[in-house]
Structure formats: C-alpha cells, structure tokens
Design a protein around this ligand. Sequence first.
Ligand SMILES: Cc1cc2nc3c(=O)[nH]c(=O)nc-3n(C[C@H](O)[C@H](O)[C@H](O)COP(=O)(O)OP(=O)(O)OC[C@H]3O[C@@H](n4cnc5c(N)ncnc54)[C@H](O)[C@@H]3O)c2cc1C
Length: 445
Amino acid sequence: MLPPALPQFDTQSDVASEPGAESSGLRTWDLVVAGGGPAGFMAAITAAEAGVRQVVLLESTPTPLGKVLISGGGRCNVTHADWDPRSLVGHYPRGGKALLGPFSRFATGDTVAWFAERGLSLVQEDDGRLFPTSNRASSVAASLRNAALAAGVTLRTAVALQAAEPLPAGGFRLALRAGGGLLERLETRQLVLATGSHPSGRRLAADLGHGLVPPVPSLFTLALAGAGMGDLAGLVMDPVGLSLELAEGRFRQSGPVLFTHRGLSGPAVLRLTAFAARSLKAVAYRCELGVDWSGGRSLADLEALFASLRSDQARKQLGAWRPWPELARRLWTVLLEQQAVDPQQRWADLSRTQQQRLIEALRASRYQVSGRGPFGEEFVTAGGVPLKELNLATMASRKQAGLYLVGELLDVDGVTGGFNFQHCWTSGWLAGRAIAATADPRQAS
Ligand SMILES: Cc1cc2nc3c(=O)[nH]c(=O)nc-3n(C[C@H](O)[C@H](O)[C@H](O)COP(=O)(O)OP(=O)(O)OC[C@H]3O[C@@H](n4cnc5c(N)ncnc54)[C@H](O)[C@@H]3O)c2cc1C
C-alpha cells in the first residue's frame, strides 16, 4: 500500500505585501511556532482551529515532522493505551506527577479521538502501544500536515528562528535564518518554542529568561564488561528483574530483556536506563547491575525445585536438563560456565555449595556495566526547560509574557512506548488552546 500523499503547502511568504504590517514595517503574525515537530504542529493546528488567524509554523529543515517519519521503526508509536492520567504519569521519569494536570485536560483518549476526527485511526497492540492502522508513520505526518493546511497554518520549511527579542508593548521581533544567512525579520504577538532537543531552541529559551536542566541521554542499552554473554545475542528472556544501587538511589525494573553483542537491551533495560538516566551519567555509566533470571521465584521455591531435580532427574546431566523450561538453554549453559559447574555433571552429583552458587546466580547475578550502549528504536533527551518555569495549565512561560514552550524542549521524557509523543500532543494542545483563549477569551475551556 502506498503512503498517503503529503499535502502541498504554499511555503512562499511575501512579507511586505501581506496585511497586518505595522509601523515598524515588519509583518506582524498572531502566532509564530518555531519547530515543525509533533508538538509544534499540534500547537499550531489547535490555535488555528480555535480561531487564531495568522499562524506560521517554522521548520529549520526541509522536511517537517522528521522524527515522526522515522519513529517506531517507521510505524510511529503515536501513544499508549494507558487511559488514566494517574497511571499515565508513572511512565515519565522526568515530569511524573507534575504532568497530572496537563494529562487531566488532554490524555491518551483525547489523542485517539483527535486523530480519528482528522481521519487517522489508531490500532492497539498487545503491549498497549498504539500505531496508525496503516502501520506507516507517513500517515501520521500526512494527517498532521492536512490538518495544518485545513486550519490555514502557513508552513515555512528550511527557515529557522534565530533570535527572538521581546517588544516593550508585548509580542516579539524575530530574526529568521535560511541557508546560513539572515533571511528576514518579522513580528509576532505570541511565540511557541517547539524545537525539541535542538540546541538552538534551548539557547532561544535561555535568551528569553529560562533556565535549563542539563541534557543527558535517556532510553539506552547497557554494555557489560566480561559477562561472557556475547553468544546469547538475540535471545529474549521475560520477565527479568534488574536493579541498580547508585548513590542517588535504588532503581528496579522487571520485564523483557534482549541480549545484544555488547550487553543487554529490551524494554526492561530501556525503562531502567530512563529512570536512572541522571544517576548513571553521574557514575560515567560504570556500576554494578543486579539481574534476577529466576522469573521472580523465591529462595525457598528455588531450593525446593533444586531438591526435587536432584532426586527426580538424578541421572540427567545439568546441561541437558534446565531447572524450568522457560529458562533458555543457552543462558543456563552460560550460568553453569560462570559458576564453573561442569554441564556434564549429573543432577544427583550437584553439591550443596554448587547448588547455592547456581541459585544465587539465578536470583542475583551481578554484572559490571562498562558503558552506555546504542539507543533503542526510540530515544530522547532527559533535561530541558524546568517545568516550574511554566504554567502547566497553558504551557505559558512564567518568565516571558506571550511565550509558550512545548514538547521535548521541556524537562520531560517518557519511557519507550508512545509516551514521548503523548507529551507532545498534550503540551501542544494546551498551548494552542491557551493562545486562542488569549486572542479571544470565548475560546477558553
Ligand atoms: C529514532 C526515534 C524514534 C522515536 N520513536 C518514537 C515513538 O515511536 N513514539 C514516541 O512516543 N516517541 C518516539 N521518539 C521520541 C519522539 O520522536 C520525540 O519525543 C518527539 O519527536 C519530540 O517532539 P518535539 O516536537 O518536541 O521535537 P522534534 O520532533 O525534535 O521537533 C522539533 C523540530 O524543530 C526543528 N527546529 C529546531 N530548532 C529550530 C529553530 N531554531 N527554528 C525552527 N525549527 C527548529 C527541528 O528541526 C525539528 O523538526 C523517537 C525518537 C527517535 C529519535
């Protein structure tokens, strides 16, 4: 099936001849949104649909929605089927409970309805992730571009916002850049920064009075030193318990783990590294990882199991008869090797000490984390503009009147599974509504 055709925008802008020119001679827009990603599109569309008339969306690259197009392995994991804002906030290592207010206004159900109203249906997978029914990220991008076009948003690509100067009477004078040189200046009554993790947006926010929580990577895999598990690459175990004891706290996750050539990946590892992102950075990604391969079995359960295996499978070799069928044979063999237990030894001959060592290895193996591995399919930056510098009901800056900040530019990030886009939809929608309400208080709701 071919992806839906992307709508064509008129990206020309004859600034001098447009209406709205004021005494400075510069065109004045009602709203400029800097950043043509999901958060910027949502803010621009929502404001324009709610009645804000002259809205321009600036995107510094030739292709807006670039991350949407490559997201979710080209399928775009739009959001996650966690319908209750109180549990939804639990998926955000940075943001957390502060997002309860925003999600109470616009959460997963609203996202599904919003896209459905604009012709894009989503389908839920077994793990709760929601994708477009077409299974193509391009459908999500087309839906956003169509909605922006229909709402009258002017999209200008390959044009970056370079500087924003607040005007004494309100609003901003903006400098736009294209192809490395200054393109033009214009003015706007309201400004949304939706520049994602790009340094230019952080600099613009800082110039307008905002602080910055230093960015650190989140959602990455772990490299392990000398674990001798490289041969297990590609193997998935589920559930696996993971724990990190770091100076700033203890982090635990349980779930599927994927062996890689260098260490471990999979949803449980990505969640762990997301929640521990700052603490891991503080130890330069060198620490000890605790791993429970036992599927949550207690010490007593394991001792009883080993006792029964020693009698019931007495003549079987350890390497040929693993303690339970879900324990992958290759992993069991590696655990035997790590504990220097001969796989050809019979269960009947397993000594007490060997049993204790194997049970300990199953329940609480310890591995040296030697570094950060590559990112998973989805990756984000932790850090950004602190939430306390915003009114979270409107995403309006507390530092600068007329300024709104949305999306990944903020110190919010979610674990993998559609939560990062959900924050973009929510923050963009809130800003768009608030801007429309400022322009026309009858739009407030
Ligand atoms: C490979 C990959 C896959 C992902 N998959 C998923 C997924 O399936 N589900 C999910 O929830 N999350 C996913 N994410 C995370 C998600 O893409 C981001 O959280 C999200 O795109 C952030 O949206 P944003 O609008 O804040 O910023 P961005 O998407 O980064 O958009 C910001 C835009 O602003 C532009 N820009 C920057 N500076 C300026 C400027 N000065 N002037 C004008 N324009 C500017 C940039 O070019 C960019 O297009 C993935 C991330 C990656 C890298």
